[in-house]
Ligand binder design. Structure first.
Ligand code: NAI
Length: 213
């Protein structure tokens, strides 16, 4: 059975929280503590931990290191995965900086850009190639996953090229829906919509508070 997308998202979030706990010296954690940090219920945490094969003890909770290891075994591939990036602009460079050395199992190995002034540069340890080199580099480096960080008007054409080169997963920053074949998985990151949502709900909560008092 396919693991639901939301479970995968929560496991990724738990791991980030658990790594921060481990770095602070925390050895064990109760489901309600992790739940409160992740904004979910303790029952949800326990169900998710069953998926990765971990059960805590009522007295001591879960072993933090063991949870991190089990989530890793479940989420990560056994070999490091090569990630590509198209669009070495503001967002692209920020992603390169963020991922440099942070996720050993997801390594950004190549970037691509249509701007000749960016080609052959090494940015945060990652080489930038011309679009014409994509098919070769994707095959040589075994890239299956790529980030799309180009302007909206170029995003579909870039996605088409990536898919033709054999990429099967896209993280799309461009504010437009990509059309891809069924075997390709797309995740959209829409910061503007998220920010507008936050501003909207912050406003409506403020209004509610004022009307109550
Ligand atoms: P940018 O203009 O700084 O960088 C875009 C890069 O894509 C440039 O290096 C450009 O040469 C390259 N490019 C353009 N067309 C291309 C093509 N056909 N093939 C290959 N490379 C191409 O843009 P920025 O700010 O990094 O934004 C990237 C995407 O992320 C846009 O779709 C934008 O709407 C979206 N976005 C940006 C945010 C931000 O804070 N900068 C926030 C949310 C979304």
């Amino acid at each position: 059975m396919m693991t639901p997308e939301r479970t995968v998202g929560r496991l990724s979030l738990y791991r980030r929280l658990l790594v921060a706990m481990r770095n602070r010296g925390t050895k064990s954690v109760f489901s309600h503590e992790l739940a409160s940090a992740a904004g979910v219920t303790a029952a949800q945490v326990r169900r998710d931990m069953m998926v990765v094969g971990c059960s805590g003890s009522p007295a001591k909770g879960y072993d933090v290191r063991e949870l991190i290891e089990h989530i890793g075994l479940f989420l990560d591939s056994s070999e490091p995965e090569s990630v590509g990036l198209v669009g070495v602009g503001n967002i692209g460079r920020a992603m390169m900086a963020y991922f440099e050395g942070r996720r050993p199992k997801l390594k950004m190995v190549a970037a691509f850009d249509s701007d000749p002034s960016k080609v052959n540069r090494v940015v945060h340890g990652c080489r930038c190639y011309a679009m014409e080199d994509m098919a070769r580099v994707v095959a040589e480096r075994g890239i299956q996953v790529a980030m799309v960080a180009v302007p909206a008007e170029s995003a579909q054409e870039v996605a088409d090229v990536l898919v033709r080169c054999g990429v099967r997963g896209l993280l799309n920053f461009a504010p437009m829906a990509l059309r891809v074949p069924e075997h390709v998985y797309v995740e959209d990151i829409d910061v503007t919509t998220s920010l507008e949502k936050v501003a909207f709900f912050a406003r409506s909560r403020r209004a509610n508070k004022v009307s109550v008092s």
